[in-house]
Each structure stands twice: as C-alpha cells, then as structure tokens.
Design a protein around this ligand. Structure first.
Ligand code: URA
Length: 442
C-alpha cells in the first residue's frame, strides 16, 4: 500500500477499493500510517465523499481493528442510544441509568467532545474519580451485574475510530455523512446490541444543518445496523439552540442529576423522554411509546433511576456524593451574570458559538492533546422566543479567570441575539426514521 497514491486517487475523485480501505485503517490503528497522511486523506474525503461501498468497508475495518463486547448470555434486551453531536446535550447521562433501571441492559460506548459539540465521556469525567476506560472484560462484568456500563473506546474496542475521531476533530473534517455514520455505527455494533436509538441533530448547531443530509445520515446508519442484525430507530431533534440550560461538562452533569431527581428544563425532558420511549419499545419492555413514558416517570419518581446512576458512578470509581450535593462537582472560581442590553424578544441562541465558547473557556479541546477543564461553561436561561427586559439575566458564565470572563462575554454577545420578533424554533422532535421509512411529527 502506497498511502500518497491512495490520497491522490481520492483527491482526484476516484473510489477506493474495500481492501485498500481495510489495509489503510488497520495500519493507521497500529500507528503504521502517520497522522499527517491520514489527515490529508480525510480532507480529500471531506471534498470528494465516500460511496456506500467505501462507507461499509470503513465501518467493517474499524470494527476489525478491535474486539467486541459479548453480551449474548444476558437474559435482557441490550439497547443503546447515540447522538450525532450537540451543545448542551446531556440526554445520555440521564438515559443510561433511567433505561437500565427498567430492566434493559445499556452498554454505552461514547465519544469525547467533537468540533463544537460536547462529549459524554468528558461530561462523565467531570465526576471526581469517574473512569470511563473500562476493559472489555470489566464492561461485560459490570453490565451483567448492574445492567449498564458507560465506557470509552480503548486500544481493545474500535481503536481505529478512537484515533480517527480525534484526528477529524483536530482537522475540521467531521462533517461528512459517511464518516459520521461509520464512526457511530462501528462503536454501536461492537457493543453487541439488540437495538439502537439514534438522536440525529437538526439545525445550525448540528454537523449537518440541511434536513436532507440529516435524513440521509439516519438512513445510512439504519442500513449499517440492518447489515449487522441491529434494528435502528432515529429521531431528528432540534439543535438550532442548546438543549436545556447548562453547556459545559460539570454544569451538564448537575443538570442531568436534576432531571433524574424529577425536575430540570422542559426541552431536555421532552427530548430525553422521546428517545427513552423508543429504547424501551425496541427493548420490548413497553408495548407502546405512551406506556414507556409512564414507566420512565415511575422510575424517576420512585428514585430508582437516580439509584441506578449511583450504582454506575460507584462501579466506575466516581464520587457518588455528587448526587446529593452537586457542589462536589468541579466549579470554576469566576461566576458572572450576562444581562440583556435591551428589551425585546430572543431571536437566537447560537449553539455553535456557545459550543466554541465552552472550548475557548477551556471546557473542550483545541487540539488532540488538550486537557479539558470540566468546571467552565455557561448556564443559559434565555431561549429563542422569550421576551426579556433590559438588564435581565440571560446567562451565567463560569470561567477560570477575569480574562476568560471577558472572552465569555463577547461569545454571548454574538451568540444571543435580541430583536423585535423571532422565527419559530425547530420542533424539538420533528421526524422518526426507521427501516420502514420517514415519519414527520410536526
Ligand atoms: N459521534 C460519533 O461518535 N462520531 C462522529 O463522527 C460524530 C458524532
């Protein structure tokens, strides 16, 4: 294999053969191809795309780069949910314990922050002591014991995606339908699932802001799932504004805990319930989506969902005290309210600006080696369509220094736009895509 030849062919718009993709991906996972060559190929793919055959070969090669979970002896359905990436999206932190508390096994392998979006692993690691680097054997044992493990890819599990994901993040090559589909589905197929629910984000804060691309992404992932015997349902959900209020790792964990205790922002609860209902129906624990919602509310009201989160945190070495006292989570030393400069209607809360703002404060990565500071971010009270008075608090900034407070102020000044009227925001859950086709709700 001569890598520059492969880069050249893709750059010129040719198709790569499945065997070439396999050889390249396996060599990259084993550090036999340097990042600079892979980065050049990714950029060529960004401009030239991959066809279905190339996407399938990429996913299969990523799967082959590691081992897989074997959960076939469990007498439970094994259902996970995965998001294509958003800002303020902490639904995984709620759904893993909630669904596991209802008798469905949830093997949840997640990613880190990517581009402007946050990552479940970075959020979990905001909990002091929490480790996501479980071995396959540890994850299998934990899932058999408590029904859930929340883990990262290691050298054992889909290592090729782990490396490629970090490289795409650092080289502005995330936004390619086939790369996203292969990345997500390689992780999910390696979890030995009996079903998967996907949250495909829509709108300006998603990786693919055009509706037709989002539907194509959902269909690509459904096809990859079907080819591996894993039924997949996708919901298209709004990412034209951040989900919930908290954006930043520690702050998001605190907000997820609120929901598990029966409160929290209405939009976050609605999206979480819609995804959870699909998980329970796929897992055959509920016959209908309505029945599933009742089960979830009972699990929250009885405290069982929170108890399951406590079990997960304890099993993975984290401080369970954060559930009773969220101030045990890391908090930034500087806190400041950001207020409206005029009266009016909130026209926009731009999720991309907010996501990059969290990174600017140190809450995400600018390059592959960066450490994440879990304590920083924003709690944004303002939602598009809200009427606000001059001087009213729109958001709270959590930052490390007074210089960072100034950075955060300028981020919020461009992200939160106040005018005289606002366009209606996207519906929180607008479409459902399954092997049977596309349903539109709103
Ligand atoms: N989530 C993933 O796991 N991979 C992507 O490429 C995008 C979102």
């Amino acid at each position: 294999m001569i890598v520059p030849r492969l880069i050249e062919r893709k750059r010129n718009g040719a198709q790569l053969e499945p065997e070439e993709i396999r050889e390249l991906v396996l060599a990259y996972a084993e550090d036999r191809v340097p990042d600079y060559q892979m980065a050049a190929l990714l950029m060529a793919i960004y401009f030239r795309g991959l066809d279905r055959g190339e996407m399938n070969a990429l996913m299969d090669a990523m799967l082959e780069s590691g081992k897989r979970l074997d959960l076939s002896r469990l007498p439970l359905a094994r259902i996970d949910k995965h998001s294509t990436g958003g800002v303020g999206d902490k639904t995984s932190l709620i759904l893993a314990p909630l669904i596991a508390s209802l008798g469905v096994a949830v093997p949840m392998m997640s990613g880190r922050g990517l581009g402007h979006t946050g990552g479940t692993l970075d959020k979990l690691e905001a909990i002091p002591g929490f480790t996501t680097a479980l071995s396959l054997a540890e994850a299998e044992k934990q899932i058999a014991r408590i029904g859930c493990a929340m883990l990262s890819q290691t050298d054992e599990i889909v290592p090729a995606d782990r490396k490629l994901y970090a490289l795409r993040d650092a080289t502005a090559t995330v936004e390619v339908i086939q790369l996203i589909a292969a990345s997500i589905m390689s992780k999910k197929i390696s979890e030995d699932l009996t079903g998967l629910v996907l949250d495909v984000k829509r709108g300006s804060g998603s990786f693919l802001p055009k509706l037709e691309d989002e539907v194509e992404l959902a269909k690509a992932m459904i096809d990859l799932g079907s080819a591996h015997g894993c039924p997949v349902v996708a919901l298209l959900t709004a990412m034209d504004r951040p989900l919930g209020h908290a954006c930043g790792n520690s702050l998001e964990v605190a907000e997820a805990i609120e929901v598990l205790k029966g409160s929290g922002p209405a939009d976050l609860i609605e999206v979480t319930m819609a995804l959870g209902a699909e998980m329970l129906v796929l897992g055959a624990v509920a016959a209908t989506l309505e029945g599933a919602r009742t089960l979830m509310l009972d699990a929250i009201n009885s405290g069982n969902a929170l108890l399951k989160f406590e079990e997960i945190i304890s099993a993975q070495g984290g401080d369970t005290g954060v559930l009773r006292d969220p101030t045990r989570l890391p908090y930034a030393p500087q806190k400041e309210d950001f207020v409206a400069k005029r009266e009016g209607i909130v026209k926009e809360v731009d999720p991309r600006e907010i996501g990059y703002g969290v990174i600017a404060l140190g809450g995400g990565r600018r390059n592959m080696e960066d450490e994440v500071d879990p304590s920083v971010g924003f709690v944004i009270a303002a939602k598009p369509g809200n009427h606000v008075a001059k001087g009213q608090s729109l958001a709270t900034i959590h930052a490390r220094s007074s210089d960072d407070l100034a950075v955060a102020r300028s981020v919020l000044e461009s992200a939160i736009v106040i005018g005289d009227a606002a366009e209606p925001p996207l519906p929180l859950v607008s479409h459902r895509v399954s092997a049977r086709g596309v349903e539109q709700f709103a």
